[in-house]
Design a protein around this ligand. Structure first.
Ligand code: 6PG
Length: 472
């Protein structure tokens, strides 16, 4: 019996919440899971939420497929990597030309490119979809970044738009390009997420150790900042995290959490992609590195025993400077992330719509912010791809970079590690420096490897007449 508008496989947290979201929007959804008991649990939850009439549970994979209307859209929400390939192979014998697999995990975009190319000649559409917003987003409105088969996107578009977050009534969901375009954009979203989180953590470090602020006082500052240009989900939750109390001890929760950050891979992928594309993304790389350093707790403890605790006293930096430093660092980090996307778009022939990407990140996703509204408006005017050259942001940056400088300089003297903020500042200073120092690098390259250089006053590649260093 064909009754469902769409199917979903994989009823873990994200899958269940997406399925409930779809049912709530009035669509009938067939659900399947390898472990059948999860299907029963899901039905109970759907019932509790008054949505059981919209759910078609099916433990048999072949029957599950048959319940979905053609052309079929089958969402798969399984662990990234081999499980996705295994699931594709299981689905293939049951699918018909024109059907589509919608893969909504955090997959590596090159895997998505490969799967798209594998399924295309078989007449099966493959959509690699980035879904951001965590559990709550999946249930009530995530940001949805779609890449892959355009025809099958059109089939699924009404449902995906209906379940997505809305910003001023506009769905935060868009088709971004063929193959792995959607997953690539999600990866860069996560790289930017890492940058935002790390810069916030660095500022918290200055507040805690340099300004002697307790978590409650720091929380109040973040709550205040959330009313200004930094207004964003991550600043908002920072206020909540800092204010939380651990019930057993009554102590601030944040002070009891071990300072080792986890990571599942998307930050690393965005840093690798940036490097491979030859686009500098130092803020994102700094954020990834900061997580790796954080995880080496034992080494850090040993190194502190060797070098001693920081000797710097109270920091001279003001809260006004910290707020602006965060804004400047954020502009640089987003400039880098968007430059990576622009280059990837060129290399992969995706034609990524940068203004649309900023738009669909305005609500639902982890990096949602007021800033992205400004950014989408600025990009919509066209012109420069690097945010640092977009007029509205030039105005902000001309002022804010001074605070970033003050903050990074004070932190260096006071011995605070601002790995991401200092990377942002160095990028900014390199980016706007007309005369750099690579002339020397080129001279060195020619000296030891005859790699050649260009002289500013003539055409063509030149070489120097270098002395031999042998036998000296
Ligand atoms: C989102 C998030 C999400 C990601 C987590 C964990 O957009 O909803 O990016 O997709 O999985 O943030 O990522 P890490 O474990 O790498 O921090």
């Amino acid at each position: 019996m064909t009754t469902a508008d769409i199917g979903l496989i994989g009823l873990a947290v994200m899958g269940s919440n997406l399925a409930l979201n779809i049912a709530e929007k009035g669509y009938t959804i067939a659900v399947h899971n390898r472990t059948a008991s999860k299907i029963d649990d899901f039905v109970v939850t759907a019932k509790e939420q008054g949505l059981e009439g919209k759910v078609v549970p099916e433990a048999d994979l072949a029957k599950f497929i048959q319940t979905v209307k053609r052309p079929r859209s089958i969402i798969i929400m399984v662990k990234a990597g081999q499980p996705v390939d295994d699931m594709i192979e299981q689905l293939l014998p049951h699918l018909e030309a024109g059907d589509a697999i919608l893969e909504c995990g955090n997959s590596l975009y090159t895997d998505t490119n490969r799967r798209f190319a594998y399924l295309q000649p078989k007449g099966i559409g493959y959509l690699g979809i980035g879904v951001s917003g965590g559990e709550e987003g999946a249930r009530h409105g995530p940001s949805i970044m779609v890449g892959g088969a355009e025809q099958q996107w059109k089939n699924a578009q009404p449902i995906l738009e209906a379940i997505s977050a809305k910003f001023n009534g506009e769905p935060c969901c868009a088709y971004l390009g063929e193959g792995g375009a959607g997953h690539f954009v999600k990866t860069i979203h996560n790289g930017i997420e890492y940058g935002d989180m790390q810069m916030i953590a660095e500022v918290y470090g200055v507040m805690r150790d340099g300004l002697g602020m307790n978590p409650v006082a720091a929380s109040e500052v973040f709550k205040e900042w959330n009313k200004g240009p930094l207004n964003s989900y991550l600043i908002e939750i920072t206020g909540h995290v800092l204010a939380a109390v651990e019930p057993k001890t009554g102590k601030p929760l944040v002070e009891l959490i071990l300072d080792k950050a986890g990571q599942k891979g998307t930050g690393v992928w965005s840093a690798i992609a940036a490097q491979m594309l030859g686009v500098p993304a130092t803020a994102i790389e700094g954020a990834v590195a900061a997580r790796s350093i954080s995880s080496r707790k034992e080494e850090r403890v040993a190194a502190e025993a060797v070098y001693g605790k920081r000797t710097g006293g109270k920091s001279s930096v003001s809260l006004v400077d910290l707020e602006k430093a965060l804004l400047a660092g954020k502009i640089v980090s987003y400039a880098q992330g968007f430059a990576v996307m622009a280059k990837a778009s060129e290399e992969n022939g995706w034609n990524l719509p940068l203004a649309t990407i900023a738009k669909i990140w305005r609500a639902g996703c982890i990096i949602r912010s007021r800033f992205l509204d400004q950014m989408s408006a600025a990009y919509a005017k066209g012109g420069a791809t690097n945010l640092l050259m977009v007029p509205d942001f030039v105005t902000i940056m001309k002022d804010a970079h001074k605070s970033l400088r003050t903050t990074v300089a004070a932190a260096a003297i006071d011995e605070f590690p601002l790995i991401c903020l200092s990377a942002s500042l160095a990028y900014f200073d390199s980016y706007r420096q007309a005369l750099g120092t690579a002339n020397l690098t080129q001279g060195q390259r020619d000296f030891f490897g005859a790699h050649g250089f260009i002289l500013i006053d003539r055409e063509g590649e030149q070489h120097g007449k270098w002395p031999s260093t042998l036998g000296k």
